[in-house]
Design a protein around this ligand. Sequence first.
Ligand code: G6P
Length: 366
Amino acid sequence: DDYELGGFPDFMRKEMAEQPEAVERALRGRLDERFATAHLGGLGLDAMALRAVRRVKFLGCGSAYYAGQMGATLVEELARIPADAEPASEFRYRNPVVDPDTLYVAISQSGETLDTLAAVQELRRKGGRVIGAVNVVGSAVARECGSGVFLHAGPEVSVASTKAMTNMTVSFAMLALLLGRVRDLSASSGARIVNGLRALPEHIEQVLGTDDAVREVARHYSKATHMFFLGRVRGWPVAREGAQKLKEISYVHAEAYQSAELKHGPLALIDPDMPSVVVVPDDELLSKNLSTMEQIKARGGPVIAVTNADLPDGLADHVIRVPRGEPELDPIVFTIALQMLAYHLAVELGRDVDKPRNLAKSVTVE
Ligand code: G6P
């Protein structure tokens, strides 16, 4: 293990640090500057087949499910076709309606998660078209799907997924770009996304470079027993993944909410002992997120803003800065900032970050 860790204290930290190169690998040979699109040859779908897709449904468990939710948002934004994500663990139990015009995407780092495999089998039994988004080549989900996109994240050891999850979302950005470009996404919009993807490894380096600042924030909140994670639209799966990471590796209770839902219940819990991590991208919803922070501050709740916007003074108690990129791709860099926050909180609390209690890297039983 010492050799494989290469000087890092644990695998989670090593795998977080590997994200720029992992993303490079996911992009390699797949971006097309000339036609402002992506090539995903493993899908086995030509332009006609891509055009025939009327809906996309992402299925996965844990972080793979949240990556699917990010993917669904990307597909709706770039291709303007309905898309959603569902936990693969529920799918087969609700006698799902399987629609021939839907492209189903089964997401799994290991390719061995039983619930995800069972969802694929249910789909195939009913004649659904399902592709894999899988890291481990030759795994059960990859074989059962027969086509799809490999994540190329490299081996992931830490139970909490970092680089594999990042590459899931990167792959879905390429899938969304491809689906968009056979429809009405313009060449200039496509080029903007291609350039945004090309810039990601550098942006991820910049996020990783804020490690000391994130550690300081983690130290400040290390006594917290509960935390909220809030985001809206693109920021909502980011908040969910941030809360999940914190729960699984630090054992601190965290809950994610869509920011606008705060006033419908959870606002009652805001007080000086309930910090809120607010996902604040510099996008068309910035003013809405500023008012979310104001609502929390007005009730005495501490605010940690994760942001690439210039915030008015005094709105956030702590700020975690991420670089500006293309807004559609913001979830990728914001998620990495939240990995770092969960990591440092867990280390501060003395947890075994690579092997959290009660959890397994891949769950091959029901
Ligand atoms: C387990 C792990 C999670 C992971 C999930 C899905 O629950 O603890 O970190 O996200 O399985 O794993 P998969 O290999 O299918 O992506």
